[in-house]
Design a protein around this ligand. Structure first.
Ligand SMILES: [Zn+2]
Ligand SMILES: [Zn+2]
Length: 247
């Protein structure tokens, strides 16, 4: 049995044109289907919006597309960036409530939601003691992120320290923060392995800290094709939810 048979693969941090990403939700789906390694689960984590998820989950239902599995998510500006994966139904989260009130709001809505600290090397570096995340019930952090460079070793060391100091369940996750298809970003190379392959398995792994964060520099994901670009414009024109500036 190979590692890919025992472990599911998840791309947990992706943006679409519903926030500041370049890909439409459908392009993101196709890119995940073309990923060099099988992707079991992917999330749309647009900034403060679940509209990209709403659009794509309906598209996948209408077209009988069941793989890879799409899970809801959002990257909330608290102002610190937090990645939120609701266990039940997706929901919008008000911006700029502050860290504590944002987390309270999320757990109030869905006590089983998973919350991860996004790219701690970028905007969390000097703002909050990582132990404060643990005390507040945060489930993990993107210790592997393109934005942790050049301090990735330092960020990882701080979070590994949390795990050693007794909170073994704090998950060290890899997140690409994919705004672009390759070759414009390196984010596709950051992915997360978890024991099993279902959404339930993924949530259990995030809660139990049994995640494996992987950075694979050999991974290349191609740009969407010309046909995809045509489809993108057609979809954008048809989708009344798109902000006018994005049509
Ligand atoms: Zn962010
Ligand atoms: Zn992001």
């Amino acid at each position: 049995m190979t590692i890919s048979e025992r472990f599911g693969r998840a791309l947990l941090h992706n943006h679409t044109i519903y926030s500041d990403g370049v890909m439409t939700p459908v392009e993101l789906l196709v890119s995940c289907q073309q990923y060099p390694e099988k992707v079991d689960i992917f999330a749309i984590t647009d900034h403060n919006s679940i509209r990209g998820y709403d659009f794509l989950i309906n598209y996948m239902l209408q077209n009988n597309i069941s793989a890879p599995k799409l899970i809801p998510g959002v990257e909330v500006t608290s102002p610190l960036h937090l990645l939120v994966y609701p266990k039940k139904n997706p929901f919008e989260i008000p911006q700029l409530l502050g860290f504590e009130r944002t987390v309270d709001f999320i757990f109030n809505k869905d006590e089983e939601a998973v919350i991860l600290v996004a790219h701690p090397g970028k905007n969390h570096r000097f703002l909050l003691d990582p132990q404060a995340y643990v005390r507040k019930g945060i489930n993990g952090a993107e210790t592997r992120s393109p934005y942790n460079w050049p301090l990735e070793w330092l960020v990882s060391a701080r979070y590994e320290q949390i795990r050693r100091e007794g909170n073994k369940k704090f998950s060290a996750v890899a997140g690409g923060d994919n705004h672009f298809p390759y070759p414009y970003g390196t984010g596709w190379q950051y992915h997360t392995l978890f024991p099993g392959f279902t959404t339930e398995d993924l949530f259990n792994a995030l809660l139990e800290g049994t995640i494996i964060a992987v950075v694979d520099k050999s991974i290349k994901v191609r740009l969407p094709s010309l046909e995809m670009t045509a489809e993108r414009h057609r979809k954008a024109l048809l989708d009344p939810l798109l902000p006018p500036s994005r049509r």
